[in-house]
Design a protein around this ligand. Structure first.
Ligand code: UFG
Length: 337
């Protein structure tokens, strides 16, 4: 397949690019490097630095090849930040995505894989969460993604744009080449491991009175490589069938913050200091996926379903790359294959 990966320098995007090129697909990456890292992009992909909202830039990229499918990873994805700065979230996650779709349609590209999120569901009434659960997001991040899912459905009706929405639960872990590196880091597993590495004093546990078995928040952690594989299966399905769909994407097992700490101590062999702190704004108590649909329809099967294996891969990567990716050069340039 000829695949255009928007946001391919980010954490999940770069892991997907790695898997796509390993499987022999032709990949062009676009990324504005606002959050991504040029060093994370596989050298086997063509890399164009630019913004999906820049129509002249996107016209150039979209006319450079005949793309079978576009994967859209460009988004801001921090729940807390979305509560304090919703403008930024709607602008990037909704307007940015609309600009991408507009450019795609102008170039006759009508297949899209969209990075959606468990955050569209809010506090779920049923756990594990099926695709049919009501969408009641509890934060602007989730609402921006739910709005874009709705937009994609309207684009199917009006313009025949076929899309598959993959609703990620909590992406974690690393491949041999790419890992999680946000600045600032807000995600639990890297924070826990940075503490094990001695780079942080302690882990703050956000909330201890949720209605969960130990009072801390429960999430469904899924290995980034398994997420990447789901994108390839979804793209192949979309190209073959030309049918859009939505899939929840997690392991179907939830772990509390305290259980993550326990698993990380087992993996690292280190005692990890922690203290309880107030709940974080916008955080639901429990998010666990039902992955039955994607297992049945796309025959997706996680290769790393165990939490300890996921944490081990992140720990291996962090020990090899204690400073994450080197800072991108002041003026990052596009790179030809
Ligand atoms: N947590 C802590 N301390 C920390 C960081 C996190 O206790 O320092 C807790 C959170 O409160 C939550 C859990 O650990 O209960 C996981 O938090 P993360 O920040 O790692 O991830 P989120 O669940 O907030 O969000 C992630 C993605 C979102 C996505 C969501 C879906 O960032 O994009 O998973 O489940 F929507």
């Amino acid at each position: 397949m000829n695949v255009l990966v928007a946001g391919g320098a980010g954490y999940i995007g770069s892991a997907t690019v790695e898997k796509l090129v390993d499987a022999g697909h032709n990949v062009v990456v676009v990324d504005n490097l606002s959050r991504g890292h040029a060093a994370a992009v596989s050298k086997s992909a063509r890399f164009e630095v630019g913004d999906i909202s820049d129509r002249a830039f996107m016209d150039g990229v979209l006319s450079s090849a005949k793309f079978d499918v576009v994967m859209h990873f460009c988004a801001f994805s921090l729940v807390g930040e979305s509560v304090t700065d919703p403008m930024k979230y709607y602008e990037n996650n909704v307007s940015g995505g609309m600009a991408l779709v507009k450019a795609m349609l102008a170039h006759g590209v009508k297949r899209l894989i969209f990075s959606s999120t468990a955050a569209i569901f809010g506090e779920p009434a049923v756990v594990p969460i099926p695709e049919t659960a009501p969408k009641q997001p509890t934060n602007p991040y989730g609402r921006s993604k739910a709005a874009f899912e709705q937009f994609l459905q309207d684009c199917d009706t009006a313009y025949g744009l076929k899309s598959i929405c993959l609703r990620y639960f909590n992406a974690a872990g690393a491949t041999k080449k790419v890992g999680e590196c946000h600045n600032p880091e807000t995600h639990l597993i890297p924070i826990v491991l940075e503490t094990a590495l001695g780079r942080r004093k302690e882990v703050q546990i956000f909330g201890r009175s949720y209605l969960t078995q130990d009072g801390t928040g429960i999430r469904d952690y899924i290995h980034v490589s398994d997420l990447a594989q789901a994108h390839i299966l979804a793209a192949e399905y979309l190209v073959d069938s030309n049918e859009g769909d939505q899939f929840n994407l997690g392991n179907g097992h939830g772990y509390s913050v305290l259980e993550v700490l326990e698993a990380a101590e087992a993996v690292t062999g280190k005692k990890i200091a922690r203290k309880f702190a107030p709940r974080r704004a916008g955080d639901p108590a429990i998010l666990v996926a039902s992955s039955d649909k994607i297992r049945e329809k796309l025959e997706w099967e996680p290769e790393y379903p165990e939490l300890e294996d996921i944490i081990q891969s992140a720990w291996d990567w962090m020990q090899k790359n204690p400073d994450g990716y080197n800072k991108p050069p002041a003026k990052a340039k596009s790179r030809k294959k």
